[in-house]
Design a protein around this ligand. Structure first.
Ligand code: PGA
Length: 252
């Protein structure tokens, strides 16, 4: 499977800037690397119209297809524009109080509608300090993927995002490659034991302050196939730089 780089624009970029950056990303697409842009919902329609070949992802979705859920965007509405959907991002777990039961419903709904879930898991700082990283990852995966049927044809991405490393401006808050490798190996092991050969089609990526300076070391980790990038994806130039490094390291 191709390595993948996913831009999580979060609640940033107005429509014009979003279109401008997306055009530049598209223009400089890096062969061999799958590039996905997750903009605000308000930019979906225009991006799809202007750049129909662009691969789009949603930052969230509701697991129901329709209904009285004020302010929500349904799985079928998302499906109209996007191929990917980020589920369980720590910002949604924290600020929108999404628990593993809701996240599990979203993962199942995304799979049922042929959307590729990008399931984000990761420990927070307290859990890390208490030495609970492995336990947290194990529990999140167990609960978030409950009752999911995954075969070799099922596409899925698991993003390991240590909560304390997201949007870190302080270099000491970036996860070391040893830390990332340990968790990536654990995720791989859990997926294989749970889904057998189905685990083959699941890519594991890293997220948390990825940038052009620190990404090489991260991409050198065997079980890491790319990254979910926040801040460094807001400008096409830095996002493409990361994509080129990814291509170089993974030799595609
Ligand atoms: P960051 O965001 O790269 O700005 O840390 C990553 C994410 O939250 O997905």
């Amino acid at each position: 499977m191709k390595p993948i780089l996913i831009a999580n624009w979060k609640m940033n970029l107005g429509l014009h800037v979003a279109v401008h950056e997306a055009k530049n990303i598209h223009k400089r697409a890096v062969e061999g690397v799958e590039l996905v842009i997750c903009p605000s919902f308000t930019a979906f329609s225009e991006l799809q119209r202007m750049l129909p070949e662009l691969t789009l992802g949603a930052q969230n979705m509701h697991y129901e297809s329709a209904g009285n859920f004020t302010g929500e965007v349904s799985v079928t509405q998302v499906k109209r524009f996007a191929q990917y959907v980020i589920i369980g991002h720590s910002e949604r777990r924290q600020y929108n109080h999404e628990d593993d039961t809701i996240i599990n419903q979203k993962v199942k709904s995304a799979l049922a509608h042929d959307l590729v879930p990008v399931l984000a898991v990761g420990e927070n700082l307290e859990e890390r300090k208490a030495g609970q990283t492995q336990k947290v990852i194990r529990e999140q995966l167990e609960k978030d993927l409950r009752d999911c049927r995954i075969t070799e044809e099922t596409e899925m991405v698991i993003a390991y995002e240590p909560v304390w490393a997201i949007s870190g401006k302080d270099i000491s808050r970036v996860a070391t490659s040893e830390e990332i490798q340990k968790v990536a190996d654990l995720i791989k092991e859990l997926l294989v034991s749970r889904f057998g050969s189905g685990a083959k089609s699941i890519r594991i990526i890293y997220g948390g302050s990825t940038n052009a300076k620190n990404c090489r070391e991260i991409f050198e980790i065997e079980n890491i196939s790319g990254s979910l990038v926040g801040s460094a994806s807001l400008e096409a130039r830095s996002f493409i730089k990361i994509a080129k490094i990814l291509r170089g390291v993974k030799n595609v």
